[in-house]
Write a new protein. Structure first.
Length: 176
């Protein structure tokens, strides 16, 4: 019995040592996790700072461009006099480019207007010719004119199908 008791105490001591060791490892892992979370937060903050710094640079450049454009339009800002010749030169360049584009677009509009007028004439002529064709096309297949309502039905189909011979033409002329 004593032997069993000694064996159980040794086993108990070994389990306590294992438990303390595992508890220590657990505490170490938890502290490492907390450190990792803190580092992640710090890195996110640095990334946000860099992003905002980039955004600040971009916004400052955009503000400078807008200032230059406002000066070009004629709204002089409180800009140092050393910058004014640069802005004046840029405004003159912008004005020249705009005038050139305006001339090109005016020329294109005039060409298109001329083309539209020309095509409208062609369209009117085409409509007149179509009406003329429609007017002549119907009874013309046999070489005579006749009124549709006055022509007997037996001759109408012959005229429409183009089956006209001398005898049918003569009878149709007499009946109309």
């Amino acid at each position: 019995m004593q032997l069993e008791r000694d064996a159980l105490e040794k086993a108990h001591q070994a389990l306590l040592e294992d438990h303390r060791s595992l508890q220590s490892q657990h505490d170490d892992v938890l502290s490492e996790r907390d450190d990792a979370f803190a580092r992640a937060r710090e890195l996110l903050h640095q990334a946000d700072t860099r992003r905002s710094d980039k955004t600040d640079v971009i916004m400052k450049a955009e503000m400078e461009r807008l200032r230059a454009d406002l000066y070009v339009v004629g709204l002089p800002l409180g800009i140092h006099s050393s910058y004014r010749p640069l802005f004046r030169q840029k405004s003159e360049e912008n004005l020249a480019v705009t005038e050139s584009e305006l001339e090109n677009q005016t020329r294109a509009v005039a060409d298109l207007t001329h083309r539209v007028d020309e095509l409208q004439g062609y369209a009117a002529e085409a409509a007149r010719l179509k009406d003329q064709i429609d007017e002549y096309a119907y009874p013309r297949s046999c070489g005579i004119y006749f009124d549709r309502e006055k022509t007997p039905p037996r001759f109408r189909s012959a005229f429409q199908n183009g089956e006209c011979n001398g005898k049918v033409q003569e009878e149709a002329r007499r009946s109309c």
